[in-house]
Each structure stands twice: as structure tokens, then as C-alpha cells.
Design a protein around this ligand. Structure first.
Ligand SMILES: Cc1cc2nc3c(=O)[nH]c(=O)nc-3n(C[C@H](O)[C@H](O)[C@H](O)COP(=O)(O)OP(=O)(O)OC[C@H]3O[C@@H](n4cnc5c(N)ncnc54)[C@H](O)[C@@H]3O)c2cc1C
Length: 429
């Protein structure tokens, strides 16, 4: 049994902790926020106290179930998704998704899911240290210094440090300092975002079982997504440029109102006004892409989830990949009989190529979601038709594989490229 220090008890950190505890390790999770079972405030939308919807696809679901969490309990955290709706030119065009493995994607209440993970981590004997912010990482000594809510410094050491502390990871920073040729790139997308949350989505008449996308007719100006979660609330993620007439900087009620009327579905006056109010009041957030050349340091430390490969949410895969990371690392420990040295370097080898493919696809998807392409939906139909007719030659539709299977991102990416070639050939003839 080894003592493992997990820095960051978010989604990846908690699921990983469950896997490690189930393997018999002594696991300590150091989390700067408070205990989600006792205090919701740091886990939910600060202004409107609601959890925000994130989409969990088959790979995320499989990673959670594999850790021994019952499917029924997971399903209570989300709404089942059966398709996507693209709001173009004032009308919604629906693309149905056909389940492959009897697993439907979920639009998750993030807070409910976090509580579920914490519940099962506690059941499996994970030791939580809430309100402990990691402020220093000593990779050679495999130790951490934290600052707790009383302003006291604490020191803890173990046999392995795992950084699941998100896009601005402290563990990754320590690795940057320690590894001579550590290559690291942090890029910001041209757009940032605001999350607008309505506690009751009923009057919007948007189907709960669809993911709603907006902005395809905005010529690259903006991209928006909305999803309902089981408590009945809906969150709109609005991605816009930071500057300009139509941007996150808009403060003029009329400008915002015109923007909403032009691109979002029709809504009752009071809801429309509430959205404008939130847009003015809420802060904007950045969309960061993080890429590191390695995810491990000797046999001492590992990065997993957003700390290794944070990306913008245009493919809806950041959390899914983070959860799958935890599952894959546990599988490597099983194969290598908990040999950290082997498992850590194999993790980098396996996951780096997947993260790169996932990030490339996310960037490409942004262009699709924010640019006018009236043939986009026809193209999906064409792909399905062709695959049914020529299953050996024509690859299946990438989106369905992404939502319903755990096909590796690198395979999906090459599938997408192949489809693009086929599609071009199809258009030429
Ligand atoms: C607007 C938006 C929408 C998204 N939608 C989707 C989606 O639909 N589907 C999807 O798969 N992904 C989505 N994502 C991405 C997803 O949110 C992330 O990929 C996911 O949260 C990564 O999980 P994580 O545990 O690695 O990191 P995080 O969720 O960032 O968790 C990091 C944890 O570490 C803690 N921490 C940080 N620093 C310290 C420290 N110094 N000391 C102690 N604790 C620390 C934090 O408090 C937090 O609990 C979206 C992201 C955004 C921004």
C-alpha cells in the first residue's frame, strides 16, 4: 500500500481517489474548496445558486460506472440527451442521436455529480482535507505545503503526488521548474464566455432531452450552448469576443437585447430581461487551452485531467477525458502491479497523443459551431446514409461515436479527416 497525495478534489481528483482507494492505497485529497456535502456555495453558480450543466458522454459514464458507482445514482444527476438542436435563422434544426451501447449522454448537474463522487470516495475510505489550498510542491521529497482556512501552514508527504488541480495547476508549475526540457503552452481562445442561468426553464419551451446550440449563423461572431439539468434550471454558455460592438463588454441594454433576439430562441419578456441583467452583472471567464510535453515527473508525480490538458468546451470532452484519465491510470496500475515508474511513463505515452487529438478536434468544432454552414446537418445525414450503404468503405459518423462510445480521440480524429476527404470527393462529383 502506498500513500498517494491527490491535489485538487474536483471531478477528476475524486474519481481517481476512488479508483486508488479501491486498489488498497492510502489516499489523501487536498482541496481548496469546502466539503460539497456540507456547503454548496463554492460549487454552484455564485449569483444564482444552481449547478451548471456539463455533458457526460459514454466514455465519462463508463469511467464512473467502472469505479463501482451505481448507474441509477449517476442517472439521477443528469438529464438524458437524445439529440442536438441547432438554432439557425430563428428556427431550430434537430439532429437526433442514435444510442449505440444503450448509453445515453447526460446533461449533468455538476454539483450533484461532485457530491456523488465525494460520497463514494468517503465510502471507499479516501481522506479529504478540505479548505487546504496547495501553495508549494516539492517533487523530490514528494511533499506538499497547504494553507488552511485558519491561515495555518500544513505539510504532508507521501509516495506519489497526483495533480488534479485544474488548468492553473500548482503541481504542473512545479514540474515546469523541475524538468529541464518541459514544454508547456497555454493559449487563450479568441473568445471568452459568460454563463447565464435560469432557475426554471419551463417557459422557454426548449426540449430537455436536447443540447441546444446557437450562433451557427453568426459568421464566426459567437457560439452558444444551453442545457437543462434535473432541477429544472437551464444554463446558457455564451462565447463572444472580449472587445467590439458585439462582445462580452456589452453593457447597453438595447445592444444586448438585440443580440439575444437575433440569435437566441424567443423568450418571454421577463426571462429576456433577466438574461440581460445577468449578462451585465456576471463576470466573463477565459477559455484556456493547456498543453504539456509530459504528464509525469520520474516516479514521483503525475498530472491528470485539466491540469494536464485543459481545453475549451467546444467538443464537450474536457471532463469526459479527465474521468477517462482516472480509469486508464487505474488500468495501468493493474497491468503493472502498482509499479509507479512504469505506469506513470506509460500514462504520458498513451494520453498525450489522445489529449492532442481531443484539443485539435475541439478547436475545429468551434469553427463549425460559430460559422454559417447550412449544409452542416445535411452532411451528417449524408455520412449516416453512406455508412449504412458502404459500411466497409465509408466511416461512420464521428459525432455519434464521440457521444456514444469510448473510441479513442486519435481514432476519431483520423476518422474525421477521412470523412472530410470523402466529403470533398462527394462534392466534386
Ligand atoms: C463553460 C464550460 C463548459 C464545459 N462543458 C463541458 C462539457 O459539457 N463536457 C465536458 O466533458 N467538459 C466540459 N467542460 C470542461 C470541464 O469542466 C473540465 O474539463 C473538468 O472540470 C476537468 O476536471 P478536473 O477535475 O481535471 O479539473 P477541475 O474541475 O478544474 O477541478 C480542479 C480542482 O482542484 C481544486 N484546486 C485548484 N487549485 C488548487 C490548489 N492550489 N490547492 C487545492 N485544490 C486546488 C479546485 O478547487 C477544483 O476542485 C466545460 C468547461 C467550461 C469552462
Amino acid at each position: 500500500m502506498s500513500k498517494i497525495l491527490v491535489t485538487g478534489g474536483g471531478l477528476a481528483g475524486c474519481l481517481l481517489a476512488i479508483y486508488l482507494a479501491r486498489r488498497g492505497h492510502e489516499v489523501h485529497v487536498l482541496e481548496r474548496r469546502s466539503d460539497p456535502q456540507k456547503d454548496a456555495s463554492s460549487y454552484t453558480d455564485q449569483a444564482y445558486f444552481r449547478g451548471l450543466g456539463v455533458t457526460m458522454t459514454a466514455r465519462g459514464i463508463k469511467a464512473v460506472l467502472d469505479a463501482g458507482i451505481p448507474k441509477k445514482e449517476l442517472e439521477l444527476c443528469g438529464e438524458s440527451i437524445n439529440g442536438m438542436s441547432f438554432f439557425v435563422g430563428g428556427k431550430s434544426k434537430i439532429r437526433k442521436l442514435e444510442p449505440i451501447d444503450n448509453l445515453s449522454p447526460l446533461s449533468l448537474d455538476r454539483y450533484a455529480f461532485q457530491k456523488l463522487l465525494n460520497k463514494y470516495a468517503t465510502i471507499n475510505g479516501v481522506n479529504f482535507h478540505f479548505e487546504h489550498k496547495c501553495i508549494d510542491v516539492n517533487l523530490e521529497q514528494k511533499s506538499l505545503t497547504t494553507l488552511d482556512k485558519n491561515g495555518d501552514f500544513n505539510y504532508i508527504s507521501g509516495d506519489l503526488i497526483i495533480g488534479t488541480d485544474g488548468a492553473r495547476s500548482k503541481v504542473r508549475q512545479a514540474m515546469q521548474n523541475a524538468i529541464r526540457k518541459f514544454e508547456f503552452q497555454q493559449t487563450f481562445f479568441k473568445h471568452g464566455y459568460k454563463n447565464l442561468v435560469l432557475p426554471d426553464a419551463t417557459s422557454l419551451n426548449l426540449r430537455k432531452d436536447l443540447l441546444h446550440f446557437f450562433g451557427m449563423d453568426s459568421k464566426g461572431l459567437f457560439c452558444g450552448r444551453a442545457a437543462t439539468i434535473p432541477d429544472g434550471s437551464i444554463s446558457f454558455c455564451i462565447c463572444l469576443p472580449y472587445e467590439g460592438a458585439v462582445s462580452l463588454k456589452m453593457q447597453n441594454t438595447l445592444d444586448i437585447s438585440q443580440f439575444f433576439s437575433r440569435y437566441l430562441p424567443p423568450m418571454p419578456k421577463d426571462i429576456h430581461n433577466e438574461m440581460i441583467k445577468q449578462f451585465i452583472e456576471k463576470p466573463s471567464n477565459d477559455l484556456i487551452n493547456v498543453s504539456s510535453s509530459t504528464y509525469h515527473y520520474k516516479q514521483n508525480a503525475l498530472l491528470l485531467g485539466d491540469s494536464a490538458h485543459a481545453t475549451a468546451p467546444f467538443l464537450g470532452q474536457g471532463m469526459n477525458m479527465a474521468l477517462e484519465d482516472a480509469q486508464i491510470f487505474s488500468e495501468l496500475l493493474e497491468i503493472n502491479r502498482d509499479d509507479f515508474q512504469k505506469s506513470l511513463s506509460e500514462f504520458t505515452q498513451l494520453r498525450k497523443v489522445e489529449a492532442d487529438a481531443m484539443q485539435d478536434m475541439a478547436r475545429a468544432n468551434y469553427e463549425v459551431l460559430s460559422c454559417s454552414d447550412p449544409i452542416f446537418l445535411m452532411r451528417a445525414k449524408y455520412a449516416n446514409y453512406m455508412h449504412k450503404k458502404f459500411p466497409e468503405k465509408y466511416p461512420p459518423d464521428m459525432a455519434e461515436k464521440l457521444y456514444f462510445t469510448s473510441t479513442s480521440y486519435s481514432q476519431l480524429y483520423s476518422l474525421q479527416k477521412k470523412q472530410n476527404v470523402w466529403y470533398k470527393i462527394g462534392r466534386i462529383h
